[in-house]
Design a protein around this ligand. Structure first.
Ligand code: MG
Length: 211
């Protein structure tokens, strides 16, 4: 005996299916077509060859080591990756577009300048930084002891709190250019929010600092 017949014999009424269960009846609210994205993310990566006679600077922190990154600026891979992530979140192009390695202005420059400028450019588009997460890959030396200082330096350049900046360190496990001690590499992601998002979260009395 089929279930329908059994239910009819038992005097049970068929349940009316909820319209929510039918995807064909779903109609998006008109506002979903007009809302601007409140939050955006950007991705950045950077790699530099390690050579003798160069200072090793990561996240604005000088690290004692016999080699450093070959580059036009100070070669701070961590700062470069974060700069690209922030520019990417604001759809402002990449680090080479704003700070070309052919310009004498950036020769041996501190890469924290790039971060400050990227923050200023993103703020000009109405974006505030929510958080940054980054990973540095380096075979030697170990970076753990330097990470809190990196967070403070990066946060100061970005105009945010150290708690909004995450820095992680990894080795190359003896493989590829990083693992062989030939290069330093960094990856970063940055999240930004629009002023509208801050207003929605904090109400009309939220203050916007000039970045
Ligand atoms: Mg670079």
């Amino acid at each position: 005996m089929e279930r329908r017949d059994r239910n009819a014999r038992a005097g049970r009424k068929r349940k009316k299916a909820s319209p929510l269960l039918h995807t064909s009846s779903f109609t998006p609210h008109p506002s979903s077509f007009t809302l601007q994205p409140f939050f955006r993310v950007g991705l950045g990566s950077d790699v530099h060859r390690l050579v003798r006679g160069r200072k090793l600077i990561l996240g604005g922190v000088k690290i004692p080591f016999e080699k450093g990154p070959l580059g036009h600026s100070d070669g701070d891979s961590l700062a470069h990756a974060i700069t690209d992530a922030l520019l990417g979140a604001a759809a402002l192009g990449d680090i080479g577009r704003h700070f070309p390695d052919t310009s004498p202005r950036w020769h041996n420059a501190s890469s924290l300048i790039f971060l400050r400028e990227a923050r200023r450019l993103a703020a000009g588009r109405g974006f505030s930084i929510v958080n940054v997460d980054a990973t540095v890959e380096l075979e030697r030396p170990k970076l753990r002891a330097f990470i809190p200082r990196m967070q403070r330096k990066l946060a100061a350049a970005l105009g945010i709190k150290p708690g909004q900046v995450s820095v992680k360190a990894k080795s190359g496990e003896g493989m590829d250019a990083v693992g062989l001690g030939l290069a330093v590499r960094a990856e970063a992601i940055a999240m930004v929010m629009t002023c509208e998002a801050a207003l929605a979260a904090c109400g009309p009395h939220v203050e916007f600092r000039q970045q």
